[in-house]
Design a protein around this ligand. Structure first.
Ligand code: ZN
Length: 327
């Protein structure tokens, strides 16, 4: 039996309970929070509002997790959402000081050391000049970078392009190594198509460029990036956030953020593409667009802070050879 905490939606009551299953948690939590038997209860995680509706999911959660019991008509925004909202309002610089005060206040209430360190990082970033863009406005930011870069966005574009190029190069190397004969010929043609498409998309430099169109970038227009959570989760429950445009230090720290493939590149996508080329019937064509989508687009890429970057083995066979064939 493990120990957890339960609270109600108004945050008025938070009590400790031990439970061996989700049903057990619900029945004990009900009692402690004095929720009548007949009332339907939805259990969510306090941090990010994720609904807990199966015992198997419940059992994966660590002890001391805080659960919120929602009754009919009640809603819960996770603590993370509240902070994201506060951050997104920072574009309104007049409210910056006020928000910084609110966050400071939150910090004094919060005991978890991890959250305190994340919040103090936010505060530090808030107090920096994130808006300046040109080299002459913020020389420190550019320290150690090639003189050819005149703006922060150019530097960030280049950094996104480098990552995308490295995925292309490693895909090519793997194909050179693992395919042979006619299969290799077919795949080299496919790589050619992919390379042309990458060129026409400027190697997706826009992913890190705060001046790019909204749907092409991963940050907001001020340069704030939010961790998208591990490949097997929908969100980041650690509230990882960074603005590499804020300072040289944060620019360098951003180097530790990974662009992860949700469906793994070298163990799933590439081997399946190779297999598709090897077993392709005469009348079928290789679907390079699908390979491109999985290797280089936001559909299958996630930006994650190193803490959410998991190298663990993944669920295999989520792509099939037929995905890469068109008839
Ligand atoms: Zn994260």
């Amino acid at each position: 039996m493990r120990a957890y905490k339960v609270q109600n939606a108004s945050r008025e009551k938070r009590v400790g309970v031990t439970a061996k299953s989700l049903d057990d948690l619900i029945s004990k939590g009900r009692e402690k929070l004095q929720i009548p038997e007949g009332e339907k209860v939805t259990v969510v995680i306090e941090d990010d509002g994720t609904v807990v509706d199966s015992d198997s999911f419940f059992k994966k959660l660590p002890s001391q997790t805080v659960f919120v019991f929602l009754c009919k008509g009640e809603q819960w925004k996770g603590a993370g959402d509240l902070i994201y909202e506060a951050l997104s309002r920072l574009h309104n610089t007049a409210r910056r000081a006020e928000l910084a005060d609110q966050i400071r206040e939150l910090m004094t209430d919060e005991n978890a050391p991890e959250k305190i360190s994340i919040m103090s990082q936010y505060l530090e970033m808030l107090e920096m000049d994130i808006d300046s863009e040109e080299r002459y406005e913020d020389e420190d930011w550019f320290e150690g970078l090639n003189k050819k870069y005149k703006t922060k966005s150019e530097v960030m574009r280049h950094s996104a392009q480098q990552r995308i190029r490295s995925y292309y190069v490693s895909a090519k190397e793997q194909i050179q190594r693992e395919a042979d004969g006619d299969t290799k010929e077919l795949l080299l043609d496919l790589l050619e198509e992919i390379n042309n498409e990458l060129k026409s998309n400027d190697f997706h430099g826009s992913y890190f460029d705060r001046q790019a169109a909204a749907r092409q970038r991963l940050c907001d227009k001020k340069g704030w990036f939010q961790c998208q959570g591990a490949f097997d989760r929908d969100t980041c429950d650690k509230l990882h956030t960074i603005n590499p445009y804020a300072s040289k230090g944060y620019r360098q720290l951003f180097g530790l953020w990974n662009l992860d493939h949700i469906i793994e590149k070298s163990r799933e996508v590439i081997p399946t593409v190779i297999e598709a080329a090897r077993t392709k019937p005469k009348y079928a064509e290789l679907n390079w667009q699908e390979a491109y989508r999985l290797l280089f687009t936001k559909d299958n890429l996630k930006l994650v802070q190193v803490g959410c970057h998991k190298k663990a083995a993944r669920v295999e066979n989520t792509v099939k050879t037929k995905d890469f064939l068109v008839t």
